[in-house]
Design a protein around this ligand. Sequence first.
Ligand code: SF4
Length: 67
Amino acid sequence: MSFRNLCEECALVKVVLSPSGSRFLRCMKAKQDPAFAKYPPQPVLRCNGYVPGTASEDANGASQPES
Ligand code: SF4
């Protein structure tokens, strides 16, 4: 059975890479709406805030996770 993780193809997600190589998906919608988790448990199969698009990354493709 296949599924689509909406965060992977959402314009409101930011890919965050830790120094150890772990990869996190940060939901930028959480900044304005507390109903959204900053780091939603993956995979996300349904989301009212989903916006089709491409994930953003820092210029070098990596950044530090923020608490
Ligand atoms: S709005 Fe939804 S689909 Fe988009 S990054 Fe946040 S939790 Fe994921």
